[in-house]
Design a protein around this ligand. Structure first.
Ligand SMILES: C[S@@+](CC[C@H](N)C(=O)[O-])C[C@H]1O[C@@H](n2cnc3c(N)ncnc32)[C@H](O)[C@@H]1O
Length: 255
């Protein structure tokens, strides 16, 4: 996918759109031709499934009422991810989320009080995340909070030299959640997951992430996996934390 659909040629000079297009390598077009298409609708970037426009697009909305509610419910005691990264009442680790996706886990970690650096390589996902962070920074309720705790970098975590040159300090925790092939494609696979799977695919090179993560993290590497999946790269974790839908494999660097 290499274009963003716009409603009219007047938007060709829109400063936000030209910024996003040049940053992530998209052109702007008024034509609609792809089965999955980035589109600028309602002043935000959305990923649409072209043949079912009525079901709406996928976008990153950290400042939606749902995100506000989710944020109000987040606490160290309740979130398995908090335990997984080693967050405690007096310690919030810095986290490099090396497979950021749409930033949901990164957002939870930031809401817990961690400083989070988000890395995403896929240009479509990266553009959605960048636009979501841009709108969150502009919103009155989230602006200072997001700027303090969430940083975003568009690059591949497999390129260790590039990551080391771009992150300002070594993260205490590296968090990994690569795409994993689902057991079966059920009708209940959420809209978001469906378009995501079609655009990103299966991250078949994910095993390579663990070695880099272990070099970068000063405390631990956390890998989120479906409960039926093998450990990443076949490497046995130091310990496992299970939650309702997933498990977290923890690779400890320090005791
Ligand atoms: C399952 S999604 C992550 C979802 C995310 N944890 C969330 O809560 O929204 C996996 C993401 O990792 C990204 N990814 C996979 N390998 C990567 C790599 N080497 N560098 C950066 N991003 C990568 C994929 O493009 C995809 O967007």
């Amino acid at each position: 996918m290499s274009s963003i659909k716009i409603e009219s040629a007047e938007l060709l000079e829109h400063p936000i759109l030209t910024d996003i297009a040049s940053r992530f390598g998209f052109s702007l077009t008024t034509e609609l031709s792809l089965p999955f298409q980035l589109a600028w609708l309602d002043e935000k970037l959305q990923l649409m499934q072209t043949d079912t426009p009525a079901q709406g697009g996928v976008s990153v909305d950290f400042n939606s009422p749902q995100s506000d509610y989710r944020r109000s419910q987040i606490s160290i005691k309740k979130e398995a991810i908090a335990k997984a990264v080693g967050a405690k009442a007096n310690h919030r680790p810095s986290v490099l989320d090396a497979t950021a996706g749409l930033g949901r886990d990164g957002f939870v970690l930031a809401a817990l009080g961690c400083k989070v650096t988000l890395l995403e390589r896929n240009p479509v996902v990266a553009a959605l995340l960048y636009d979501g962070l841009r709108r969150a920074k502009a919103s009155a309720s989230l602006s200072g909070w997001i700027e303090d705790r969430l940083e975003f970098i568009h690059c591949s975590s497999l390129d260790l030299a590039q990551v080391e040159s771009l992150v300002t300090s070594a993260p205490e925790v590296v968090y990994l959640d690569p795409m994993y092939p689902h057991k079966k494609k059920s009708a209940s696979v959420k809209k978001e997951m469906k378009v995501f799977q079609s655009v990103v695919g299966a991250d078949l090179d994910a095993d390579g992430l663990l070695e880099n993560a272990l070099k970068l993290a000063t405390q631990r590497v956390v890998v989120k996996r479906p409960d039926y999946a093998e450990p990443l790269a076949g490497v046995k974790p130091s310990f496992v934390i299970s939650s309702k839908k997933n498990r977290f494999d923890i690779y400890a660097r320090t005791v």
